[in-house]
Structure formats: C-alpha cells, structure tokens
Design a protein around this ligand. Structure first.
Ligand code: GKR
Ligand code: MG
Length: 435
C-alpha cells in the first residue's frame, strides 16, 4: 500500500506590519527615520506548526504580501519551488508590483523592478514555510537546505556616521552619541568590537566628501591593524573619484563596495584597479549576473536572501558565483532577529562564503523574539533547534504593531530623504555621482 504523503498543508497565514526603532544613521540619501517598517509573516500548518519570516514592511511590499497570503492557504508548506510562480500569478498585475524601474530611494539597492519587489516579499514567506516545515519535522532550517558546513557564521561590525538623536528629538534616544569624524568612527568600532567581538569593519560612506571618509578608514586601519575593512558609499562616486579612493586605500581595504553606481561604471572602475569591488546594488537578481560577469564589474557579490527571493535562491546564487570565481558575502539592511537567524542558517550551508557577513542587528534594540540573538566573538552559532530556532514574543510583536497602527502613515514607508529634510529643509536626494 502506498503511504499517504505527508503534505503539511498551510491552514493560515498571518501578516503583522510593525514599526521598529532605528537610530539616526546617515547614508548618501539622507538619514534613517526614527522607526522603520518591517513585516512579520507567520505560516501555520494544519498540523499546528507555526513558522515565522520577516521582510520589508513598506506599503508596496505589504500590498504584494496580502495578495500572496490568501493564495497560500491549502498549499503544502513544502512546495517552495511553486512559490515564485504562485507569486507571479497572484501579484503579477497588482499596481504595487508594476512599479517601473527606478532608483530605489529607500533601500539603496539600485534599480527597483516589479520582480525585485515580489522576490523580497517572497523571501519572508519562504523563510516562514521553512521554519514551519522544520518545526513540524524537528529539523533545523539548515538541514532542510542540505545541512551546515560550518558551526558558526562570522559577521562584521557595520559602522555608520550618525547623529546623537533624530531631528526634533523624535523616536528613541540611545547612548551611542554622534559619530561624524574619524575619532567618532573609531570609537564606534571599538564599542561594537568590544561588545560583540567583531573582527571586520564596514563603514557606510557616501555621507561626507571622499577625503574625509578615506581619513576615517585610515584611522580604523591604525586602530585595528590588519583587520579586514570595507567602505560603501552606495554608488555616490564618479569613476575618477572611485579610482582615487581605491588608490588611497588599496593597502588597507578588503574590498570597496559599490563605489560607483551601475554595472557600466563599476566595470570601468574594476578595469583600472586591482582592489576587489563588491556589490549589493548592481547585481541583485539573476538577470543582472551575466552583464556584470562579462564586463568584470564585480569580484564579490553581497547576497541578501530578501533581495534574491529566499534562502534556496541564495544557495543558487552561491553556485553561480562559485562557477565564475566570484566571491560571496552577505548584505544587510535594517532587520530583526528572524532575518538574522535566516541569514545564519543559509550562510552555514554555503561552502564558499569568503567574507564576514554584514548585519544591522546591533543597531536594532527592539526585537519580536522571546530571546535576543547574541554574537559571540563576532559570530552567530548555527542553531540545531527545529526550524529557525527562534520564538516569537507575541506581546512585543503586538506592541510594535500598535506603533504601526498609531502612525499616521508618515513612517510606514522608509524615506531617508524625508527624514533628512527635518534637519535640512533644502535637502533633495543627491544625484549620482555625487562626488
Ligand atoms: O541602512 O543606510 C542603510 C544602508 O545604506 C542600507 O540601506 C544599504 O542597503 O546596507 C546597505 C548597503 O550595504 O548598501
Ligand atoms: Mg552596500
């Protein structure tokens, strides 16, 4: 007799948009708002397992998530290969998904297309399905991805120029103070290293004139000799400026991240320097790989399971990178512990992970988990607990959702330029190249 298949059908999908406190971190487009939108996805199986996922919470992502949530009911939680087609079918012509290609002013992730939006939403559902599947079977997510090849995943300290507080004293105040010069950047790096044990440092650049950011990296190199350093101006520089910075820092940088905007400019820079270039802007979908590889535009791709449509696509990206001798690491945007756990599970399964992964997590003082995740010696232990190995704290989730409900809509979409205008009313999103 044929055994009946263990289908694990999805009985319910819950979507909870939240607003999470975010410090006044500066980037080339402006400053972070006091609260940032995230979406928590819960997938409940008929067997009673609940899986959690996390992704962007801006309105354009929420619209897509709502369409997808309804379509998942009654489908097997294990049918991950069916998710992209389902998403295209139910969201393909929704107005949010048809956003024309345009520069994404919030995420600093290069051109934004309907596909990219959909994949980012899909990633939250894929992670929730994997978590539910793991919880039902008692297997960790990394096992569902083929098993871990390392026990711990290394992360880097993510340094930001920042203000002590948000304009007008809005939002929560922390005790980090301002970091607006080399001494401030070094002090921030030291505190992050002392607290979390990070060994690599990435500075978010594109905020001040390049010579000031070169000075900050030099100060870091003096303070932390021999440690891997990176600088990321999010495409704010011209080819000539990128080459000047590459030349000034080639002895201390592990890589230069998105110095110039777009594959063509990156290729020009790459052809004239031997400093490796990394990107989370010009290669963020499979469609963008061929041109970048053909033109030799990037040497390291910074994967991000939100961008690439989930953990399994991240592994496929890793295989493509391996094929072409391109290095792999991980990009991060503002995120909570669910995404950090997901990042850690997939990173644990990728053999050729060449650099410490980025994570914004230390800047997020609020979370929706019962227990905050902790870096040890700059690393996250890979959990062997069922699923992602994290538990939702419903009271915390409800509190952050109440904040979202109470908002008049002003903060429900990330807009770093709008936040900057509260300090500088004449601020407009700078055109690239800015320098
Ligand atoms: O949060 O300000 C920020 C970052 O600039 C983020 O938006 C970028 O996506 O961290 C990212 C990056 O590496 O480009
Ligand atoms: Mg970047």
């Amino acid at each position: 007799m044929t055994p009946s298949p263990h289908r694990l059908d999805i009985a319910e999908v819950r979507l909870t948009p939240i607003l999470v406190a975010d410090p006044p971190l500066l980037n080339t487009q402006g400053v972070h708002q006091p609260y940032t939108p995230r979406l928590i996805v819960e997938v409940v199986t008929e067997s009673g397992a609940t899986g959690v996922g996390e992704t962007y919470g801006d309105t354009k992502y929420l619209d897509i998530a709502q369409s997808l949530a309804g379509a998942l009911i009654g489908r097997p939680v294990t049918d991950l290969n069916g998710l992209p087609a389902l998403a295209a079918e139910v969201c393909g012509d929704s107005s949010a998904a048809t956003a024309a290609a345009a520069v994404d002013t919030g995420g600093l992730r290069g051109a934004q297309t309907a596909d990219k939006l959909r994949l980012s939403v899909l990633s939250g559902f894929e992670v929730a399905c994997l978590d539910a599947w793991g919880k039902d079977t008692g297997l960790p997510v990394h096992a569902l991805l083929g098993g871990r090849v390392r026990d711990r995943v290394e992360y880097s300290a993510y340094l930001f120029y920042r203000w002590a507080e948000h304009p007008g004293g809005r939002g929560e105040r922390d005790d980090w103070g301002a970091a607006l010069d080399p001494a401030g950047v070094v002090a921030q790096a030291r505190r992050l290293a002392d607290t979390h044990g990070f060994r690599s440092f990435k500075l978010k650049g594109g905020v001040f004139a390049p010579d000031q950011e070169v000075a900050a990296i030099r100060a870091l190199a003096d303070a932390f000799p021999g440690r891997p350093l990176r600088l990321d101006p999010n495409g704010a520089w011209s080819v000539a400026t990128s080459l000047e910075v590459a030349d000034a820092l080639r002895d201390v940088l592990e890589y230069l991240e998105d110095p110039a905007s777009g594959t063509a400019r990156m290729a020009e820079v790459a052809s004239a320097t031997d400093l490796p270039l990394a990107t989370n802007m010009c290669v963020t979908t499979f469609d963008e790989i061929a041109e970048a590889v053909t033109r030799g535009a990037v040497q390291i791709v910074l994967s991000d399971h939100h961008y690439w449509g989930g953990l399994r696509n991240t592994r496929e990206l890793a295989a493509v990178c391996r094929t072409f001798g391109i290095g792999l690491s991980m990009h991060s945007n503002t995120h909570l512990g669910i995404s950090l756990a997901a990042m850690t599970h997939v990173a644990a399964t990728v053999p050729d992970l060449h650099h410490a992964c980025d994570s914004h997590y230390p800047w997020q003082t609020e979370d929706v988990l019962t227990e905050r995740l902790a870096f040890r010696d700059g690393r996250m232990d890979v959990s062997d607990a069922p699923g992602l190995g994290v538990e939702l704290d419903r009271d915390r989730l409800a509190a952050l959702h109440r904040r979202w409900l109470a908002d008049d809509g002003a903060l429900r979409d990330r807009d770093d330029a709008a936040a900057m205008r509260l300090a500088d009313p004449d601020w407009v999103t700078p055109a690239v190249p800015r320098w």
